[in-house]
Design a protein around this ligand. Structure first.
Ligand code: C2E
Ligand code: CA
Ligand code: CA
Length: 717
């Protein structure tokens, strides 16, 4: 309901304009300050009864501090002045009848009418709006406080590339001088910023890239010249869905990235240690070659990958390595292994694997398509050149077995077993060679296994027989000495000692076998030995026997049982007997020697001992190895070593026997060199006891024939 004073023109105007349901309080103030018009909302808003306000001065609606007309007169001046003042006031308050104030928004208009100027005011309760504003203001200040307190430096750039704002932290982090930001010289600011970076181009490129794609977000790292590291995060700034700029946030991650680096370094170190550990676990510490584990891994790998036929395994074993160890010591042995490893490496390609898988056992995995036999040949030759160990020149050699995975798909273990069999056969065939696996070798191995199991019963079944080979004395040519050589008489044939002695040594059976040979020799030669003081029997004794406690006493008891004087007995031992780590062997040998048994050093010259050692070991006879004799072909050769060996032996009062004499020429040559006795097929093969007398006679006559035709002998005399 609209009330009005009798004030025609404005009233008509007002009624026509303002609906009774206007949401705001509407008042018309006359120039004398009295309210000429007001609507129902005015009364409700200010808390007056209907009609109560009408005709009152407008200032009743204002708190004291907003009034002006009170003291001032004329009032008119007051209204005009107040209109301007009220308009300018941002936080105007209204005064209710009950004295309470409320925030008010007010729109004022001065209107000239026919009856004079009036002021029209529209008033609205601003409580809610102001509260809302306060909230906004609080929120804003909170945001600002947050922005300022955050560790991140923030920079907001508008879509057209102008700096729209930044926080304190941004200036602090970049060390931006006061005023540079407010100066809005963006180019200068950019220059200031990039100058600090290790690589300014990265910074600039990223900026350009992101301006080309306003929607994109990015995260990268900036390296400072002073060592700091910043993380840079950028995302678009939006209002609703529109991108209006870009927010750059910078975080100092120097500490984190240093920690990160440390972690990475620690991890890298760990990885390296793991690799070293693996390397340790996979390598042979002495030679640096691969070890068994690595070899197996590589072999499996190669077999899984390769086309059939391209994988070869070369298994090799240093010949007589034990003697190097025994004679020259373990250090020299180690040196030899290291040298062997070095040579082996040189024989193969870089993708091949050389491993040491046992004391003196090596294996080569060939994956390169090179002919395996060429490599095997190269290996055997490479190992042949002499090695100088602590002043001793030794001549190593290897026995090598070679197996190739052919068309058939072989497992690693099969391949290795084949190489092993081939190596075994190479050793048995005289060492210092390579042999490729052939299926027939399996049969040989089977035989070997039969040997092992059958040897146990051989003694009880009386299958061991002894053959005797005459040895002729240079001079009168009498075969006054014989060597006892054992054979195994099996239903399938006579097995030579080389096929079972090593096995017997390995199983310990050699003790029983040795005693059996001694006993048979005593039984069969007893009468012959006793018939002549110069007759003697040479029996081979293995170092395994010498190590056995009670060996010496068993020997003496046996001789006693058969009434044979120890002077008739010669024990043939190899050098290893004297180099044995166990002193027992030498002790027993010395003990037996004290009883009159002579000791002969068998296979002399093949081992690793030097001539100089001869004077320190308890021997009476040296037996030049067959290989020296085989070397004599024309009889015109010059063998200074042989010559001096014999000379030295004689100087030491030793008797020299040459074995393996097969030709008259050899016999004559050896006689000329001064050998004291000769043995070999030229005189007689080893024969059963029944044939020994004829064999001995034959040997003597052969000797005389040879000597008779000897030009050397003629010139000697
Ligand atoms: P060893 O002691 O060097 O014996 C000499 C070997 O050379 C014998 O072979 C003999 O038959 C052979 N031989 C003799 N003259 C010639 C020749 O002119 N040319 C050739 N090519 N060979 C000749 P065997 O009987 O096969 O014995 C082989 C090895 O077995 C012996 O070599 C010896 O080390 C061992 N052995 C034999 N009997 C016994 C034994 O009762 N006990 C032990 N522990 N070992 C034995
Ligand atoms: Ca012998
Ligand atoms: Ca020999």
């Amino acid at each position: 309901m609209v009330q009005s004073v009798s004030f025609d023109a404005p009233e008509v105007f007002f009624r026509g304009v303002v609906a009774d349901n206007a949401p705001d309080a509407l008042v018309v103030v006359r120039d004398d300050g009295l309210l000429a018009f007001l609507n129902g909302e005015t009364e409700r808003l200010f808390g007056y009864e209907p009609g109560e306000l009408f005709g009152q001065h407008y200032e009743v609606l204002l708190p004291e501090r907003f009034r002006q007309a009170r003291e001032d007169s004329p009032v008119r001046v007051g209204i005009e002045g107040n209109v301007a003042r009220l308009r300018a006031s941002t936080s105007l308050y209204g005064l209710r009848k009950d004295g309470r104030e409320f925030p008010a928004d007010m729109a004022l208009a001065q209107v000239s009418t026919a009856v004079g100027d009036v002021v029209v005011a529209s008033i609205r309760d601003a409580t809610e709006r102001r509260e809302h504003e306060d909230e906004l203001r609080n929120a804003l200040s909170l945001v600002r406080a947050t922005l300022e307190s955050t560790a991140d430096g923030l920079l907001v750039v508008s879509a057209d590339g102008k700096i729209a704002g930044s926080n304190e932290q941004f200036s602090k982090m970049w060390g931006i001088p006061a005023g540079l930001i407010s100066a809005h010289d963006d180019e200068k600011l950019l220059g200031f910023v990039v100058e600090q970076l290790v690589d300014p181009s990265i910074f600039v490129e990223k900026v350009l890239e992101l301006y080309a794609q306003p929607e994109a977000e990015s995260l990268d790292v900036l390296e400072f010249r002073d060592g700091r590291t910043f993380e840079r995060y950028s995302r678009p700034q939006r209002i609703a869905d529109e991108v209006i700029g870009r927010v750059w946030s910078f975080r100092d991650i120097t500490a984190q990235s240093a920690a990160q680096k440390q972690i990475q370094e620690a991890l890298a170190e760990l990885a390296q240690q793991a690799a070293q550990l693996k390397q340790l676990a996979y390598s042979d510490s002495l030679t640096g070659l691969a070890n068994r584990a690595l070899f197996h891994e590589r072999l499996e790998e190669a077999l899984n990958l390769a086309e059939a036929g391209s994988i070869s395994v070369l298994l090799l074993d240093l010949d007589d390595f034990k003697e190097v160890n025994d004679i020259l010591g373990h250090q020299a042995g180690d040196k030899m292994l290291i040298e062997a490893a070095r040579r082996l490496r040189e024989c193969v390609g870089s993708s091949d694997t050389v491993a040491r898988i046992g004391g003196d056992e090596f294996v080569i995995l060939l994956v390169e398509p090179e002919d395996a036999e060429v490599v095997a040949d190269r290996v055997v030759n490479a190992l042949n050149s002499p090695v100088l160990l602590d002043g001793h020149e030794v001549h190593p050699s290897v026995s090598l077995g070679l197996a190739t995975s052919g068309g058939e798909s072989l497992q690693a273990s099969d391949l290795l077993r084949r190489a092993d069999i081939a190596m075994y056969v190479a050793k048995a065939a005289g060492k210092n060679r390579y042999l490729r696996f052939r299926p027939e070798m399996m049969t040989a191995l089977l035989k070997r296994n039969n040997v092992e199991s059958g040897l146990h019963e051989a003694i009880e079944r009386n299958e061991l027989v002894v053959h005797y080979q005459p040895i002729v004395m240079v001079g009168e040519g009498q075969a006054s000495q014989v060597e006892s050589l054992v054979r195994w008489n099996r239903p399938d044939g006579l097995i030579p000692p080389l096929d079972f002695i090593a096995i017997a040594e390995g199983s310990g059976l050699i003790n029983a076998i040795g005693l059996e040979v001694l006993t048979q020799s005593c039984v069969q030669l007893g009468a012959w030995l006793s018939a002549d003081d110069s007759h003697s029997a040479a029996v081979n004794v293995s170092v395994v026997q010498l190590r056995e406690d009670g060996f010496a006493s068993a020997v003496l008891r046996t001789l006693d049982d058969f009434g044979i004087d120890p002077h008739h007995l010669i024990f043939e031992v190899t050098e290893s007997a004297f180099m044995d780590s166990e002193v027992r062997a030498v002790k027993q040998l010395k003990g037996l020697r004290d009883h009159g048994i002579r000791v002969s050093l068998d296979d002399f010259g093949t081992g690793y001992s030097s001539l100089g050692r001869l004077q320190n070991i308890p021997v009476d006879i040296i037996k030049l190895d067959r290989t020296f004799v085989t070397g004599i072909r024309t009889g015109k050769e010059d063998f200074p070593i042989l010559n001096s060996m014999i000379g030295l032996a004689h100087n030491l009062g030793l008797h020299v026997t040459a074995e393996g004499v097969e030709t008259a020429r050899q016999a004559r040559y050896l006689i000329a060199l001064g050998c004291d006795s000769l043995q070999g097929f030229f005189f007689s093969r080893p024969v059963p006891i029944g044939l020994l007398p004829q064999a001995a006679d034959h040997a003597t006559s052969v000797y005389h024939n040879a000597v008779a035709g000897a030009p050397e002998r003629n010139s000697d005399r």
